[in-house]
Design a protein around this ligand. Structure first.
Ligand SMILES: [Zn+2]
Length: 339
């Protein structure tokens, strides 16, 4: 009988840091999260050296040998397919077109490596911290952009035929500016969900609103940059400022429009909202605004069962995996594949 090594590692590569975690075959974390700089701009070999550093810290901390690691899960902040990254995003140029998964596996003595993007990893992490979740889970994370991922019942990420699935930020939503125009998106198209629901969208919205005559005396009209205004908008919304609340309410509702379409396609049962808004004091309201938009677009059956009206057909929750969710998610994915 073959005996597989009992430990698995999750490595979440971000633009500035790598978050890493060690789990055993039951899924329990061994030791805490280890964080090192990612050095992604310096090329993938520099990042690989940092990954080795993280691995050494994890194994030393747990008192185990490198040979006891049965598999590694890895996520990258860029679209990839079968271990190959096909768009640079925030990485150095040599990441694109290289089989990162196989190169890392070779460097680490042919330990099996599972690789996916950061959206899928975060969704896998939210699934991992909900052991009672029997069905599937859809995650959307409003941040600088709008990331997303989906995990199917049983714990596999829905990656699509080419690793291109769940680009939720770039579905179109039925919303226009007052003059009928569509906002431009970072992807080069216009009218995408992300162009309404992201930090970048917030900057544009704040500038547009503050330029209106009725808001000329608003305290945010103080000569600060759009970045700064968007940043301070949260604090204003927490104090109940009318303009700030209306901007977040619009954002939440439009996210609800997008979720209505996604839920119609996937019927996930559980929608998890990630990103920094989870830490705001108005988060309960934000969730209500999402549901408000969702109910404007989705049929009632996607909200409550027509047979049993007390039974929700779609539940909405904030993410609860914290900043180690993605690392944990890919560690679980590695365990499920390689044990
Ligand atoms: Zn787009």
């Amino acid at each position: 009988m073959s005996h597989s090594p009992p430990f698995f590692v999750g490595l979440d590569i971000g633009g500035t840091t790598v978050k890493s975690i060690l789990i055993d075959s039951t899924g329990a974390t061994v030791g805490g999260m280890v964080e090192v700089r990612s050095l992604v701009k310096e090329g993938f070999e520099s990042t690989f050296s940092q990954l080795e550093l993280a691995l050494d810290q994890l194994t030393t901390g747990a008192g185990i040998e490198r040979s006891e690691i049965g598999g590694i899960g890895l996520d990258v902040p860029a679209p990839s397919s079968e271990g190959v990254i096909w768009a640079q995003a925030n990485l150095g140029s040599d990441w694109v077109g290289t089989n990162i998964r196989d190169r890392l596996s070779e460097r680490l003595g042919r330990v099996p490596v599972y690789m996916t993007n950061d959206g899928n990893a975060a969704a896998l992490g939210e699934y991992a911290v909900r052991p009672d979740q029997a069905g599937s889970l859809l995650l959307v994370s409003p941040g600088t952009g709008l990331g997303g991922g989906m995990v199917l019942s049983g714990g596999r990420a829905w990656e699509g035929a080419n690793g291109l699935a769940l680009e939720v930020g770039h579905i179109s939503v039925p919303n226009r500016e007052q003059d009928g125009s569509l906002p431009e998106c970072s992807c080069g198209k216009s009218g995408c969900l992300e162009a309404w629901v992201s930090l970048v969208a917030l900057r544009r919205r704040v500038s547009l609103e503050l330029a209106k005559p009725e808001h000329v005396d608003h305290p945010l009209n103080d000569g600060s940059s759009a970045e700064e205004k968007a940043f301070r908008l949260r604090e204003f919304a927490e104090k109940g400022d009318e303009l700030a609340v209306s901007i977040f309410r619009q954002q939440g509702r439009i996210l609800g429009y997008g979720l209505a379409d996604l839920v119609r396609v996937f019927d996930p049962g559980l929608v998890v909202i990630g990103g920094g808004l989870a830490e705001t004091r108005f988060r309960d309201h934000y969730l209500e605004w999402i549901i408000e938009g969702f109910l404007e677009r989705a049929w009632p059956v996607y909200w409550r069962s027509p047979i049993n009206p007390d039974q929700p057909t779609t539940r909405f929750e904030w993410a609860k995996g914290g900043d180690s969710a993605a690392a944990l998610g890919v560690a679980f994915a590695a365990r499920d594949r390689f044990s």
